[in-house]
Ligand binder design. Sequence first.
Ligand SMILES: CC(C)(COP(=O)(O)OP(=O)(O)OC[C@H]1O[C@@H](n2cnc3c(N)ncnc32)[C@H](O)[C@@H]1OP(=O)(O)O)[C@@H](O)C(=O)NCCC(=O)NCCS
Length: 141
Amino acid sequence: MDYIIRLADNTRPATLKLLRRLHSECLPYDKLPNFTEGFWWIAYHGDDAVGFAGMVRSARWIDAGYMNRAGVVPDHRGHGLQKRLIRVRMRYAKRIGWRWLITDTTENPPSANSLIGCGFRAYDPANPWGGRTTTYWRRAL
Ligand SMILES: CC(C)(COP(=O)(O)OP(=O)(O)OC[C@H]1O[C@@H](n2cnc3c(N)ncnc32)[C@H](O)[C@@H]1OP(=O)(O)O)[C@@H](O)C(=O)NCCC(=O)NCCS
């Protein structure tokens, strides 16, 4: 069975609940993001929701999006789903007129490798917003 990725309607309470559940399963120690902001996608395997990803307008650049969170539930990791969740955001960002996608990783080799696989390059922002071990990534669309 293949995976299907759908843009989520984050005005629906049921969708917000599902995103919160996926987030808790994938990132149990991280603070919940505001799921009502920006764009969110949910990956399905049949009827099961197995992954999610978000993107907001960059707070720093008007023509850029920021990929703020992603997760794939443990049983479905290693099937390229994170890369598909990156590519769906790249396509959407381009369609709505953004020219860049930005993100960061902190001590997360799988995410870094997914970003490299999708053509992202590491860079040093003028004003870094993360911690000491954060790597910053960008890709022109
Ligand atoms: C990070 C995460 C989203 C990856 O999801 P996934 O669907 O398994 O990722 P993909 O299959 O698309 O790709 C993972 C890449 O990392 C590589 N990888 C996997 N484990 C690795 C490890 N321990 N060290 C280095 N690379 C690793 C894979 O080989 C693959 O790279 P490749 O395509 O070049 O072979 C998933 O592990 C997860 O949800 N983790 C917890 C939440 C999290 O860290 N989210 C991201 C930050 S918000």
